[in-house]
Design a protein around this ligand. Structure first.
Ligand SMILES: [Zn+2]
Ligand SMILES: [Zn+2]
Length: 332
Protein backbone atom coordinates (compact mmCIF):
# COMPACT_ATOMS: atom_id res chain seq x y z
CA UNK A 1 0.00 0.00 0.00
CA UNK A 2 1.23 3.48 -0.85
CA UNK A 3 1.14 5.66 2.27
CA UNK A 4 2.92 8.79 1.04
CA UNK A 5 4.68 9.94 -2.11
CA UNK A 6 8.46 9.84 -1.94
CA UNK A 7 11.29 8.01 -3.69
CA UNK A 8 10.71 4.26 -3.66
CA UNK A 9 13.95 3.86 -1.67
CA UNK A 10 12.86 6.31 1.05
CA UNK A 11 9.27 5.25 1.29
CA UNK A 12 8.65 1.73 -0.01
CA UNK A 13 5.11 0.35 -0.26
CA UNK A 14 3.91 -1.16 3.02
CA UNK A 15 2.36 -4.61 3.47
CA UNK A 16 -1.06 -4.29 5.14
CA UNK A 17 -3.81 -6.71 6.17
CA UNK A 18 -7.03 -5.47 4.61
CA UNK A 19 -10.57 -6.87 4.90
CA UNK A 20 -11.64 -8.85 1.85
CA UNK A 21 -14.15 -6.45 0.25
CA UNK A 22 -17.80 -7.44 -0.28
CA UNK A 23 -19.03 -7.06 -3.86
CA UNK A 24 -21.91 -4.59 -4.13
CA UNK A 25 -24.53 -4.49 -6.92
CA UNK A 26 -22.98 -5.00 -10.40
CA UNK A 27 -19.65 -5.89 -8.81
CA UNK A 28 -17.56 -9.03 -8.62
CA UNK A 29 -14.86 -10.02 -6.19
CA UNK A 30 -11.78 -11.18 -8.08
CA UNK A 31 -9.11 -13.49 -6.67
CA UNK A 32 -5.98 -12.26 -8.36
CA UNK A 33 -3.36 -14.35 -10.10
CA UNK A 34 -1.08 -11.69 -11.57
CA UNK A 35 -0.65 -7.92 -11.66
CA UNK A 36 1.74 -6.08 -13.96
CA UNK A 37 4.03 -3.36 -12.63
CA UNK A 38 3.69 -0.22 -14.74
CA UNK A 39 6.07 2.73 -15.04
CA UNK A 40 3.17 5.08 -14.34
CA UNK A 41 2.92 3.54 -10.86
CA UNK A 42 6.50 4.52 -10.18
CA UNK A 43 5.66 8.09 -11.25
CA UNK A 44 2.63 8.09 -8.95
CA UNK A 45 4.50 6.54 -6.01
CA UNK A 46 7.38 9.00 -6.27
CA UNK A 47 5.10 12.03 -6.63
CA UNK A 48 6.35 12.92 -10.15
CA UNK A 49 2.80 13.65 -11.28
CA UNK A 50 1.48 15.54 -8.24
CA UNK A 51 0.89 18.59 -10.43
CA UNK A 52 -1.48 16.46 -12.52
CA UNK A 53 -3.38 15.34 -9.40
CA UNK A 54 -1.77 11.90 -9.08
CA UNK A 55 -2.17 10.16 -6.67
CA UNK A 56 -5.75 11.37 -6.18
CA UNK A 57 -5.95 9.76 -2.72
CA UNK A 58 -3.74 8.19 -0.07
CA UNK A 59 -3.29 5.58 1.17
CA UNK A 60 -3.99 3.49 -1.93
CA UNK A 61 -3.09 0.05 -3.26
CA UNK A 62 -1.43 0.55 -6.68
CA UNK A 63 -1.73 -1.76 -9.69
CA UNK A 64 -3.85 -1.73 -12.85
CA UNK A 65 -2.75 -4.67 -15.03
CA UNK A 66 -4.75 -7.43 -13.43
CA UNK A 67 -5.68 -11.00 -14.31
CA UNK A 68 -7.57 -13.19 -11.87
CA UNK A 69 -10.62 -15.38 -11.42
CA UNK A 70 -14.14 -14.37 -10.44
CA UNK A 71 -14.59 -15.45 -6.83
CA UNK A 72 -17.90 -13.94 -5.72
CA UNK A 73 -20.75 -11.94 -7.25
CA UNK A 74 -22.80 -8.99 -6.07
CA UNK A 75 -26.42 -8.44 -7.13
CA UNK A 76 -27.39 -7.95 -10.79
CA UNK A 77 -24.27 -9.59 -12.20
CA UNK A 78 -24.93 -11.90 -15.11
CA UNK A 79 -23.06 -13.51 -18.00
CA UNK A 80 -20.02 -14.41 -15.90
CA UNK A 81 -19.38 -17.71 -14.21
CA UNK A 82 -17.59 -18.31 -10.96
CA UNK A 83 -13.95 -19.14 -11.64
CA UNK A 84 -14.02 -17.31 -15.00
CA UNK A 85 -10.61 -15.89 -15.93
CA UNK A 86 -10.92 -12.13 -16.30
CA UNK A 87 -8.74 -9.07 -16.78
CA UNK A 88 -9.08 -5.61 -15.28
CA UNK A 89 -7.53 -2.43 -16.58
CA UNK A 90 -6.79 1.13 -15.46
CA UNK A 91 -10.40 2.17 -16.04
CA UNK A 92 -12.34 0.80 -13.06
CA UNK A 93 -15.65 2.54 -13.75
CA UNK A 94 -17.10 5.25 -15.98
CA UNK A 95 -20.29 7.32 -15.67
CA UNK A 96 -22.00 5.86 -18.74
CA UNK A 97 -23.83 9.15 -19.35
CA UNK A 98 -21.36 11.76 -20.63
CA UNK A 99 -20.66 12.37 -24.32
CA UNK A 100 -17.39 10.43 -24.10
CA UNK A 101 -19.04 7.40 -22.52
CA UNK A 102 -21.93 7.54 -24.98
CA UNK A 103 -19.49 7.66 -27.92
CA UNK A 104 -17.49 4.67 -26.65
CA UNK A 105 -14.55 6.69 -25.34
CA UNK A 106 -14.97 5.81 -21.67
CA UNK A 107 -11.24 6.40 -21.13
CA UNK A 108 -11.99 10.13 -21.52
CA UNK A 109 -14.81 10.14 -18.92
CA UNK A 110 -14.20 12.90 -16.35
CA UNK A 111 -16.06 10.92 -13.70
CA UNK A 112 -14.11 7.70 -14.29
CA UNK A 113 -12.77 5.71 -11.35
CA UNK A 114 -9.22 4.54 -11.80
CA UNK A 115 -7.87 1.18 -10.66
CA UNK A 116 -4.97 1.64 -8.26
CA UNK A 117 -5.53 5.40 -7.97
CA UNK A 118 -9.07 6.36 -6.97
CA UNK A 119 -9.91 2.78 -5.91
CA UNK A 120 -7.58 0.14 -4.50
CA UNK A 121 -5.69 -1.67 -7.24
CA UNK A 122 -4.00 -4.92 -8.08
CA UNK A 123 -1.04 -5.24 -5.68
CA UNK A 124 -3.40 -7.31 -3.58
CA UNK A 125 -4.85 -10.81 -3.27
CA UNK A 126 -8.45 -9.73 -3.88
CA UNK A 127 -9.93 -6.82 -5.78
CA UNK A 128 -13.43 -5.62 -6.52
CA UNK A 129 -14.31 -5.27 -10.17
CA UNK A 130 -17.21 -3.67 -11.97
CA UNK A 131 -19.17 -5.88 -14.33
CA UNK A 132 -18.94 -3.18 -17.03
CA UNK A 133 -15.15 -3.02 -16.80
CA UNK A 134 -14.03 -6.61 -16.45
CA UNK A 135 -12.88 -8.50 -19.53
CA UNK A 136 -13.30 -12.21 -20.12
CA UNK A 137 -10.09 -14.02 -21.03
CA UNK A 138 -9.66 -17.50 -22.54
CA UNK A 139 -8.64 -20.14 -20.05
CA UNK A 140 -5.50 -21.03 -22.02
CA UNK A 141 -3.96 -17.58 -21.48
CA UNK A 142 -1.06 -17.52 -19.00
CA UNK A 143 -1.70 -14.64 -16.56
CA UNK A 144 1.99 -14.31 -15.63
CA UNK A 145 2.92 -13.75 -19.26
CA UNK A 146 -0.11 -11.70 -20.22
CA UNK A 147 -1.03 -9.41 -17.31
CA UNK A 148 0.78 -6.50 -19.05
CA UNK A 149 -1.72 -6.69 -21.90
CA UNK A 150 -4.28 -5.14 -19.52
CA UNK A 151 -2.22 -1.92 -19.38
CA UNK A 152 0.68 -1.81 -21.82
CA UNK A 153 -1.25 -3.85 -24.40
CA UNK A 154 -4.41 -1.73 -24.36
CA UNK A 155 -2.34 1.48 -24.33
CA UNK A 156 -0.25 0.34 -27.30
CA UNK A 157 -3.38 -0.69 -29.19
CA UNK A 158 -5.10 2.68 -28.81
CA UNK A 159 -1.94 4.60 -29.71
CA UNK A 160 -1.81 2.69 -33.01
CA UNK A 161 -5.53 3.23 -33.58
CA UNK A 162 -5.06 6.98 -33.01
CA UNK A 163 -2.70 7.10 -36.02
CA UNK A 164 -5.58 6.38 -38.39
CA UNK A 165 -5.05 4.05 -41.39
CA UNK A 166 -1.40 2.93 -41.54
CA UNK A 167 -1.22 0.12 -44.06
CA UNK A 168 1.88 0.65 -46.20
CA UNK A 169 2.99 3.69 -44.19
CA UNK A 170 6.28 4.07 -42.35
CA UNK A 171 5.80 4.43 -38.60
CA UNK A 172 8.62 5.23 -36.17
CA UNK A 173 8.20 4.08 -32.57
CA UNK A 174 10.29 6.27 -30.26
CA UNK A 175 10.93 4.36 -27.05
CA UNK A 176 10.92 0.58 -27.44
CA UNK A 177 10.19 -0.44 -23.85
CA UNK A 178 7.24 -2.64 -22.91
CA UNK A 179 4.50 -0.51 -24.52
CA UNK A 180 6.63 0.39 -27.54
CA UNK A 181 7.35 -3.27 -28.26
CA UNK A 182 3.65 -4.10 -28.16
CA UNK A 183 2.91 -1.12 -30.44
CA UNK A 184 5.48 -2.47 -32.93
CA UNK A 185 3.61 -5.78 -33.10
CA UNK A 186 0.21 -4.11 -33.63
CA UNK A 187 1.73 -1.90 -36.35
CA UNK A 188 3.08 -4.95 -38.19
CA UNK A 189 -0.31 -6.63 -37.87
CA UNK A 190 -1.87 -3.62 -39.62
CA UNK A 191 0.69 -3.64 -42.44
CA UNK A 192 2.94 -0.71 -41.52
CA UNK A 193 6.70 -0.50 -42.06
CA UNK A 194 8.18 0.02 -38.60
CA UNK A 195 11.34 1.77 -37.41
CA UNK A 196 12.15 1.21 -33.73
CA UNK A 197 13.99 4.25 -32.34
CA UNK A 198 15.67 3.38 -29.06
CA UNK A 199 18.80 4.32 -27.15
CA UNK A 200 19.04 0.77 -25.83
CA UNK A 201 20.82 -1.79 -27.99
CA UNK A 202 18.94 -4.57 -26.20
CA UNK A 203 15.57 -3.00 -27.04
CA UNK A 204 16.59 -2.37 -30.65
CA UNK A 205 17.53 -6.05 -31.03
CA UNK A 206 14.33 -7.23 -29.33
CA UNK A 207 12.31 -4.93 -31.61
CA UNK A 208 13.79 -6.62 -34.67
CA UNK A 209 12.86 -10.01 -33.21
CA UNK A 210 9.29 -8.77 -32.81
CA UNK A 211 9.03 -7.71 -36.44
CA UNK A 212 10.39 -4.14 -36.67
CA UNK A 213 11.77 -3.55 -40.19
CA UNK A 214 14.53 -1.25 -39.05
CA UNK A 215 16.04 0.27 -35.94
CA UNK A 216 17.76 3.55 -35.22
CA UNK A 217 20.03 4.60 -32.36
CA UNK A 218 19.23 8.29 -31.73
CA UNK A 219 22.15 8.82 -29.30
CA UNK A 220 21.87 9.38 -25.55
CA UNK A 221 20.43 12.90 -26.01
CA UNK A 222 18.68 12.16 -29.29
CA UNK A 223 21.43 14.19 -30.96
CA UNK A 224 21.38 11.99 -34.10
CA UNK A 225 17.62 12.25 -34.69
CA UNK A 226 18.29 14.71 -37.54
CA UNK A 227 19.81 11.84 -39.55
CA UNK A 228 16.35 10.36 -40.02
CA UNK A 229 14.64 13.73 -40.37
CA UNK A 230 11.22 13.53 -42.05
CA UNK A 231 11.58 9.80 -42.65
CA UNK A 232 8.33 8.55 -41.08
CA UNK A 233 4.70 9.18 -42.01
CA UNK A 234 3.74 8.73 -38.38
CA UNK A 235 5.54 8.57 -35.05
CA UNK A 236 4.44 7.07 -31.73
CA UNK A 237 6.29 8.19 -28.59
CA UNK A 238 6.40 6.29 -25.31
CA UNK A 239 9.88 7.48 -24.27
CA UNK A 240 9.11 9.77 -21.32
CA UNK A 241 11.28 12.79 -22.12
CA UNK A 242 11.01 16.14 -23.86
CA UNK A 243 14.05 15.40 -26.03
CA UNK A 244 12.40 12.22 -27.31
CA UNK A 245 9.20 14.08 -28.19
CA UNK A 246 11.06 16.90 -29.91
CA UNK A 247 13.09 14.31 -31.84
CA UNK A 248 9.83 12.66 -32.91
CA UNK A 249 8.67 15.95 -34.41
CA UNK A 250 11.86 16.05 -36.49
CA UNK A 251 11.44 12.46 -37.63
CA UNK A 252 7.84 13.00 -38.77
CA UNK A 253 7.17 13.96 -42.39
CA UNK A 254 5.10 16.96 -43.44
CA UNK A 255 1.39 16.40 -42.78
CA UNK A 256 2.26 13.35 -40.68
CA UNK A 257 0.82 12.35 -37.31
CA UNK A 258 2.65 12.15 -33.99
CA UNK A 259 0.92 10.26 -31.18
CA UNK A 260 2.23 10.97 -27.68
CA UNK A 261 1.72 8.62 -24.76
CA UNK A 262 3.83 10.82 -22.48
CA UNK A 263 3.80 14.30 -20.97
CA UNK A 264 6.05 16.72 -22.86
CA UNK A 265 7.09 20.33 -23.33
CA UNK A 266 7.24 20.94 -27.06
CA UNK A 267 9.58 23.54 -28.57
CA UNK A 268 10.29 24.63 -32.14
CA UNK A 269 7.05 23.25 -33.50
CA UNK A 270 7.00 23.79 -37.28
CA UNK A 271 3.37 24.68 -37.93
CA UNK A 272 4.34 25.06 -41.58
CA UNK A 273 4.73 21.26 -41.83
CA UNK A 274 1.09 20.73 -40.82
CA UNK A 275 2.02 17.88 -38.49
CA UNK A 276 -0.82 16.69 -36.28
CA UNK A 277 -0.13 15.83 -32.65
CA UNK A 278 -2.48 13.56 -30.74
CA UNK A 279 -2.37 12.27 -27.19
CA UNK A 280 -3.32 8.73 -26.27
CA UNK A 281 -4.58 7.43 -22.94
CA UNK A 282 -5.03 3.73 -22.11
CA UNK A 283 -8.17 2.53 -23.91
CA UNK A 284 -11.95 2.34 -23.97
CA UNK A 285 -14.00 -0.79 -23.27
CA UNK A 286 -14.03 -1.61 -26.99
CA UNK A 287 -10.26 -0.99 -27.26
CA UNK A 288 -9.63 -3.32 -24.33
CA UNK A 289 -11.74 -6.12 -25.82
CA UNK A 290 -10.13 -5.73 -29.24
CA UNK A 291 -6.60 -5.53 -27.82
CA UNK A 292 -7.13 -8.65 -25.68
CA UNK A 293 -8.53 -10.54 -28.63
CA UNK A 294 -5.66 -9.56 -30.98
CA UNK A 295 -2.95 -10.15 -28.37
CA UNK A 296 -4.21 -13.62 -27.50
CA UNK A 297 -4.99 -14.60 -31.11
CA UNK A 298 -1.75 -13.35 -32.67
CA UNK A 299 0.43 -14.11 -29.66
CA UNK A 300 1.56 -10.50 -29.35
CA UNK A 301 4.11 -10.75 -26.62
CA UNK A 302 6.24 -8.91 -24.15
CA UNK A 303 8.93 -10.44 -21.98
CA UNK A 304 7.93 -10.60 -18.34
CA UNK A 305 10.01 -10.88 -15.17
CA UNK A 306 8.00 -12.43 -12.36
CA UNK A 307 8.21 -11.24 -8.73
CA UNK A 308 6.19 -12.27 -5.69
CA UNK A 309 3.65 -9.79 -4.30
CA UNK A 310 5.88 -9.23 -1.27
CA UNK A 311 8.73 -8.27 -3.65
CA UNK A 312 6.75 -5.40 -5.24
CA UNK A 313 9.25 -2.83 -3.94
CA UNK A 314 12.14 -4.76 -5.48
CA UNK A 315 10.30 -4.88 -8.82
CA UNK A 316 9.69 -1.11 -8.68
CA UNK A 317 13.33 -0.42 -7.83
CA UNK A 318 14.55 -2.59 -10.70
CA UNK A 319 12.12 -0.81 -13.00
CA UNK A 320 13.55 2.51 -11.82
CA UNK A 321 17.11 1.29 -12.52
CA UNK A 322 16.12 0.14 -16.02
CA UNK A 323 16.84 -3.48 -15.09
CA UNK A 324 13.54 -4.99 -16.25
CA UNK A 325 13.84 -6.44 -19.75
CA UNK A 326 10.16 -6.27 -20.71
CA UNK A 327 7.56 -5.81 -17.99
CA UNK A 328 7.60 -6.87 -14.35
CA UNK A 329 4.65 -8.96 -13.16
CA UNK A 330 3.69 -9.73 -9.58
CA UNK A 331 2.60 -13.31 -8.96
CA UNK A 332 -0.18 -13.27 -6.41
ZN1 LIG B 1 0.02 1.38 -16.83
ZN1 LIG C 1 -18.64 9.34 -18.64
Amino acid sequence: MLQKTDTIENSPLSMEDLEIPEPGPNQVLVKEIACGVCGSELNMIQGDWMRFGSPPKLPVVPGHEIIGRVFEFGENVDGIRSGQLIGMQYLWDSCGKCNFCLSGNENMCSKASVTGETVNGGYSQYILGNQKHIYQIHDGVDPLKNAPMMGAGITAFRSVKNLGPIEGKTVAVVGAGGIGKMAIQFLKLYGARVIAVSRSEMNRDLSLDLGADDTFDPGQNYEFAGKIRRSADCVIVFAPSDIAVNAALQICRKMGTVVLGVYATIRDFRFTDEIRISGTLIGSIADANEAISLITKHKIRVDTSVFSLSSANEALMKLKQGEIKGRAVLQI
